[in-house]
Ligand binder design. Structure first.
Ligand code: UDP
Ligand code: MG
Length: 332
């Protein structure tokens, strides 16, 4: 591909310690992409692998001009690796795909065709069959998607992971968000670009073991909740109010016991102090939480709206310009 021209397709592949699956992945991917008849780049984000992944990638790149390597200095996590890919990829369309061949590369052609035929900006790969995943993975995933639909307030395509195609407009809109700890599978539906879905059967991991341990899974769930909801911060408010109610009941009970002359000296005042002060503290914490939530929300810098159509303007690349313009210009 000549310097300066945009390839039609960028395939972004995050890889973390994938030495086992890497040769199989490339052997299957390359003929497919070469046969597509569109210009492409494969952008592999090496997420700080400690095994032979880096060396294997370097040697693969010598014989494959469309293969581009971006290496992160340290392991930063799957979503961060995807963020790096979004920043660096130059294609008109961008597909993100796992390295382990659970998402069949054959489906990429279908994603691209759907985007072009239906003229949509997002095409989700949706798993029609998860029987290859363990029971634990399936049930935690189901809980996750239910919760996220409620939090984001939009239809999150059920069982859509990070196998999807997006257009350049979406890539630019995502890159314009300054937020950290982006969870792509939530942010992209939240942006609200026109979308379509392509169903596929999720395969077993072709080689190697999962790079998503329980800690990383919880990390993703935690990022997802905190990115879209201040509910955890409000916990203190609710607990404070609950504590206040309980304190009131205890106060009445303590006074009744005192009037009945059955209390031990000092008991009433101690119970009162503990209950009331505890409730006040929690309510104050909750109040603080509300302000922290607002600060956090404004730090995420999410656009209030994105314009999809303006009869007096040729949109295309202008669509989300407002998203960036509406914020203060960056210094310098
Ligand atoms: N991955 C990554 N950084 C990490 C963990 C995973 O780049 O810290 C990559 C991994 O190499 C793979 C993709 O993210 O390409 C999905 O990971 P995996 O297949 O292990 O997750 P699972 O399918 O088991 O949920
Ligand atoms: Mg996998």
């Amino acid at each position: 591909m000549a310097a300066g021209t945009r390839p039609v397709l960028s395939v972004v592949v995050p890889m973390y310690d994938e030495e086992e699956v890497l040769p199989i992945f490339f052997a299957r991917m390359r003929p497919l992409l070469d046969a597509q008849g569109v210009s492409y780049e494969v952008l592999v984000v090496d997420d700080g692998s400690r095994d032979a992944t880096a060396a294997l990638l370097t040697s693969a790149a010598t014989g494959w001009p469309q293969l581009r390597l971006v290496r992160l200095l340290r392991n930063s996590g799957h979503q961060a690796a995807l963020s790096a890919g979004f920043r660096r990829a130059v294609g008109e369309y961008l597909v993100t795909i796992d390295a382990d061949l659970q998402d069949p590369p054959e489906v990429i052609a279908e994603l691209l065709a759907t985007a072009r035929d239906a003229d949509v900006d997002v095409v989700y790969g949706v798993r029609s069959d998860r029987s290859s995943d363990s029971w634990l993975k399936r049930s935690t995933a189901r809980m996750y998607y239910r919760l996220m639909c409620r939090l984001v307030g939009k239809d999150i395509p059920f069982d859509a992971g990070d196998f999807r195609l997006v257009s350049r407009r979406v890539v630019d809109a995502v890159n314009a968000l300054p937020e950290d700890g982006r969870v792509f599978r939530l942010v992209i539906p939240w942006l609200g670009f026109p979308s379509a879905q392509v169903a596929y059967v999720r395969a077993e991991r072709a080689a190697g073991t999962t790079k998503y341990n329980l800690r990383k899974m919880f990390g993703l769930a935690f990022d997802s909740v905190t990115a879209f909801s201040a509910a955890p911060l409000r916990l203190a408010t609710w607990l404070g109010l609950l504590g206040g109610l309980v304190s009131c009941a205890v106060v009445v009970a303590a006074l009744v016991i005192k009037i009945a002359g059955r209390s031990i000296p000092g008991w009433t005042s101690t119970v009162l102090a503990v209950g009331v002060i505890g409730a006040i503290q929690l309510i104050c914490l909750g109040l603080l939480g509300e302000y922290v939530a607002r600060l956090f929300q404004s730090s995420q810098g999410r656009p209030q709206f994105l314009v999809g159509y303006d009869s007096h303007e040729d949109l295309g690349h202008h669509t989300y310009a407002e998203a960036t313009e509406s914020r203060d210009p960056e210094p310098g």
